[in-house]
Design a protein around this ligand. Sequence first.
Ligand code: NAD
Length: 487
Amino acid sequence: MTGTAPSVTQQHQEIPETVIRLRATFDTGVTRPAAWRLRQLRGLRSLLTNHTRSIEKALYDDLRKGRTESHLTEIGGVLAEVDHALRYLKRWMKPQRVAVPLNLKPATARIHTEPLGVCLIIAPWNYPLTLTLNPLVGALAAGNAAVVKPSELAPATSALLAGLLPRYTEAVAVVEGAVEETTLLLEQRFDHIFYTGNGTVGRIVAAAAARNLTPTTLELGGKSPAFIDETADMATTARRLAWGKFTNAGQTCVAPDYVLVTPSARNSLLSALPGTIREMFGPDPRTSSDYGRIINDRHFQRLSGLMAEGDLLAGGVSDVEERYIAPTVLIDVPHSAAVMTEEIFGPILPILTVRDVDEAIDFINARDKPLSLYAFTRDKAARRALADRTSSGGLVYNAPMIHLGVPNLPFGGVGESGMGAYHGRTSFDTFSHRKPVLSKPTRPDTLRLIYAPHTSRSFAFIAKAVARTHPLLGAPHRSPRDRTTGQ
Ligand code: NAD
């Protein structure tokens, strides 16, 4: 189901048929062996390397992403995820042996990972390549078939993926479209739904999934704070902050949303930021090939409204024709301002002053749990306080966003910022069922003491075992039979 968009009537037929076809493929067992999985991952790799130019162009057309940024945050990120999975897949697939308590010996216990079936991946527009393909790496590595629904708000990347994915993978269908098509998709039964986007649609996805008890991963957003105190290296902090905020014109789920700065760090931060922005994007960021544009008019209007309150430290310039908003820094923003009550998701950085780390913690804890928390401080006590007394999807000291580049770190939100996680081994686990497999020989029959009829001897044994530990047979108690068999 690719290329030119079929009518809704066609979709009504095609979407259920697509899922049935993929399920039939999955049911043959063809997707399970390591060889099939590795072939899909190599296919994804070839897609990225054979069509680099077309991908760069699609990302430019959708978001005016610069070439370097496209490699750094999109193509390179997916290649790294593919290569990591290629390298470790066989290890991940190996059954994992676990210990058996003495009372159940002799027996062997292992955890097998098995694929879930047909997975649905619904992607957003802001990193339209990465956020479509990275979950797909996990789904295919785990041996699943998948339906992929790219975002209609990034039409060039969506069309490119619709054309290419079926050529490079064997059990992947792409459904292009918007609410109508996604609603149709959500009426089908999937074995896992992986959704990235906003919390309102996240709730729609979760409600639809609940009808079939389908497990979901919800990768959502929110306001990710950056705390800065006087112990921070301010020149580097300003550079990293500006990079994190203005990459992709601020349309990044893990961008620092706002800054909480202590009074003694405030002046040095405010004097460093404007110059740093100029160094990165020149005197007129509109002409910089490294500076993107806002995805559509609706978001442009929304962001323009968010600049109404607070004093301007930098930026503030915009152009509706190009959907350009300059890198903007606002200071002395009232806590109740609109820019502080919703996720900004654009190139506007409000800076608020807090007395100290304790006030910062209170401020953060009074709001939804963020997707990321950044702390620019060398103060060990402040770091520990932030780690111990706040909750967020991730916590990074002294840099924004780079935790996404560590495949062994699970990436995901908590509370309003999402549920579930992925990247690296965590993706493999997300798209797998970890099946306990226990095997117990029939001889000797060491379970005899738990069968009826129960005697006073078996009661004494079981009562003792239960008193020591639960569940029933988990006690590290050696029965006379264990002793005689030496088990
Ligand atoms: P979006 O508008 O592209 O929507 C995401 C997907 O949901 C699209 O495929 C879209 O077709 C589908 N959709 C939209 N409305 C729907 C409906 N009514 N029913 C069913 N499906 C529907 O993207 P967005 O939501 O604007 O993305 C931005 C949000 O996503 C931000 O909040 C951001 O923080 C978050 N985000 C999170 C991550 C993460 O990894 N946690 C990454 C990127 C973006």
